[in-house]
Design a protein around this ligand. Structure first.
Ligand code: TPP
Length: 579
């Protein structure tokens, strides 16, 4: 642990301790103030570096990696608005509960509010979106300070993974010189004289964290409530891709209760329950005119975030049931405010505990869902799907096992919900549903792809694609392979679903915002294969893409208004058929 100056020493200790905490990669964007951190990262043999030009894309890329793995990929940037550009991804990481660690280089404290160049107030820049925040003191070769530094790094990594996981911000001031120029600031005997400050073989501080459990009496009382229920539902909303959930399937099998799985729950695709219906068509059949004569469920067990389907959310709001929110993070993610119980416990652990002690519910209730679910998907097979829905269906059919489907906001994720039939095929689905932004979609998807073995398909609309065209550079710089399906309906198709579409003007100009952009130059700009294909030829195009190496953009022009009308007609057909 000898270093030419204190800044170099400081940067090396931070980076070394990150690696000892198990961090395997960092995302970096260029700048001067962060030099000691970047130098240390670049010189560390165990760290993979993902180098980005644009901080906003970098942060979403790191977010995507963590959405896949549950481990933070620390972000390093210079001072000023560079740090502010991390903010949208920080908000998504907070809302979606994804580990993120931000190391923002800063000017020394006396330059704050002084008019000094590239100096902004970075203190708690991300407000209460962070799980933990620290401003580091100025670098110094002082044993206690270095033990503090290692402990802070350990705490930062650990805090990003606590329940619920989320962003951690460490602001790191440096005074010039920032480069590894020689000085007498660090004595050559420093490590010999202060071995503990030089760190330990492994992590300086290890964090051990157990699963959130409940005491026996509480588990028994929940088991009684479940067993006493004739009619139950298990509703699984969006969950991070790393979430354990096999026992939830076992609980569905034990109770027979229909398992309603959001397309981002991790349970829509891959092995499902054997003796309980796995339902994905509820957005069609849980309409009030279908359910009007139904008895209410007695109990609803809810795991994960708010479901993507408004129809499902409205159904859960309508029924009078004992409604358990199961959430290890202790959040209150239920905007209809109908929950009766919050269980702050790991959902998979609770499901495993319950599965062995509950009895099966009313078979007529189970049959109702079983039959509707079958009917829904049979109906969809018998009609011509709206083009945008057919694209989703085709991707799910064609993507090889083990693939990753990233669904953008707004229509792609909704179409994945409506047209993504549950199946045993193992697939990972990811979206940005924490704050549902359309910024950073491409970067998040590519970040997820950088941690995935299987094929990556991004389903994106044109406005979301436009927002993050910078992110495409990561395909080359970060060596990620992706198939980007650009559903180009020339503006925000989602707005056709809203009553504002009846008010034109200003609907077209200020809501739908058609742009008429020709995106094909992104192919040559980023050296990607670019194909424009009609919906009817999409299946052929994507098949060819899966057969070749490298990344591709497949643009499919669609008509938002037609698609909206066809979705509405199909919804009416489902209601008529299922009532
Ligand atoms: C950063 C951000 N700005 C604005 C919005 C509001 N918004 C939600 S969906 C949407 C349009 C999305 O259009 P597109 O990506 O083409 O997808 P489509 O609706 O056609 O499926 C907009 C502007 C948002 N969610 N995030």
């Amino acid at each position: 642990m000898t270093a030419p100056n204190v800044n170099t020493l400081w940067g090396e200790v931070i980076i070394e301790e990150l690696a000892r905490q198990g961090v395997g990669a960092v995302c970096i964007a260029p700048g001067s103030r962060s030099t000691p951190l970047v130098m240390a990262a670049a010189n560390h043999s165990d760290l993979e570096i993902f180098s980005h030009l644009d901080e906003r894309s970098a942060a979403f890329f790191a977010l995507g990696r963590a959405k896949r793995t549950g481990e933070p990929t620390p972000l390093i940037c210079t001072s000023g608005t560079a740090a502010a550009n991390f903010h949208p991804a920080v908000i998504e990481a907070d809302a979606a509960r994804v580990p993120m660690l931000l190391l923002t280089a800063d000017r020394p404290p006396e330059l704050r509010d002084s008019g000094a160049n590239q100096t902004i107030d970075q203190i708690q820049l991300y407000g209460d979106a962070t799980r933990w925040y620290r401003t580091l003191p100025e670098p110094e070769a002082e044993p206690r300070k270095l033990r503090m530094l290692r402990t802070t790094v350990a705490r930062a990594v650990s805090s990003s993974k606590r329940a619920p996981p989320g962003p951690v911000h460490v602001d790191v001031p440096f005074r010039k010189p920032l480069e590894p120029v020689e000085s007498d600031e660090v004595s050559p005997e420093f490590e010999r004289d202060h071995p503990r400050a030089a760190g330990r073989d492994g992590p300086y501080v290890r964090t051990e964290r157990g699963r959130q459990t409940l005491d026996e009496a509480t588990v028994a009382s929940v088991a009684t409530a479940v067993s006493d229920a004739e009619r139950g539902l298990i509703v699984v909303g969006p969950q991070p891709a790393w979430t354990e959930h096999r026992s939830i399937v076992d609980l569905a099998d034990a109770t027979g209760f229909p398992l309603l799985v959001d397309p981002l729950s991790g349970l829509r695709f891959g092995p499902g329950p054997k003796t309980a219906p796995r339902c994905g068509g509820y957005d069609g059949y849980l309409h009030p005119s279908v359910t009007v004569e139904w008895p209410d469920p007695d109990i609803v067990l809810r795991v994960g975030g708010s479901p993507t389907s408004a129809v499902l959310q409205e159904y859960l709001e309508r029924v009078d049931a004992r409604s358990f929110l199961v959430d290890a993070g202790g959040g209150w993610e239920e905007a209809a405010f109908t929950a009766t119980d919050l269980l702050q416990v790991d959902g998979d652990w609770l499901a495993a505990e319950l599965a062995g002690r509950v009895s099966r519910g009313d078979p007529a209730w189970v049959d109702r869902f079983d039959q509707l679910e079958t009917r829904y998907w049979e109906l969809l097979e018998s009609v011509e799907l709206p083009a945008e829905g057919a694209i989703v269906d085709t991707v799910l059919d064609q993507i090889p096992d083990g693939g990753v489907v990233f669904a953008s906001n707004s229509m792609p994720v909704r179409d994945l919900d409506r047209f993504g039939q549950p199946r045993d095929k193992p697939l990972t689905t990811i979206g940005n549903r924490g704050a549902s932004g359309i910024d950073g979609i491409t970067s998040t998807a590519l970040g997820a792809g950088s941690e995935s073995e299987g094929d990556l398909v991004l389903l994106t609309g044109d406005l979301a694609f436009y927002h993050d065209m910078n992110g495409l550079l990561a395909i080359d710089r970060c060596d990620v392979e992706a198939t980007i399906v650009l559903i180009n309906n020339d503006g925000g198709g989602i707005f056709h679903m809203l009553p504002i579409s009846e008010f034109d003007p200003p609907f077209t100009e200020h809501f739908k915002t058609p742009h008429g952009l020709d995106f094909s130059p992104t192919g040559s700009l980023y050296d990607l294969q670019y194909t424009r294909t009609l919906p009817a030829d999409f299946a052929e195009s994507i098949r060819e893409t899966f057969e070749m190496d490298g990344s591709a953009i497949i643009e499919v022009p669609t008509d938002a208004e037609d698609n909206h009308r066809e979705r509405a007609e199909l919804a009416d057909l489902v209601i008529e058929d299922c009532s």
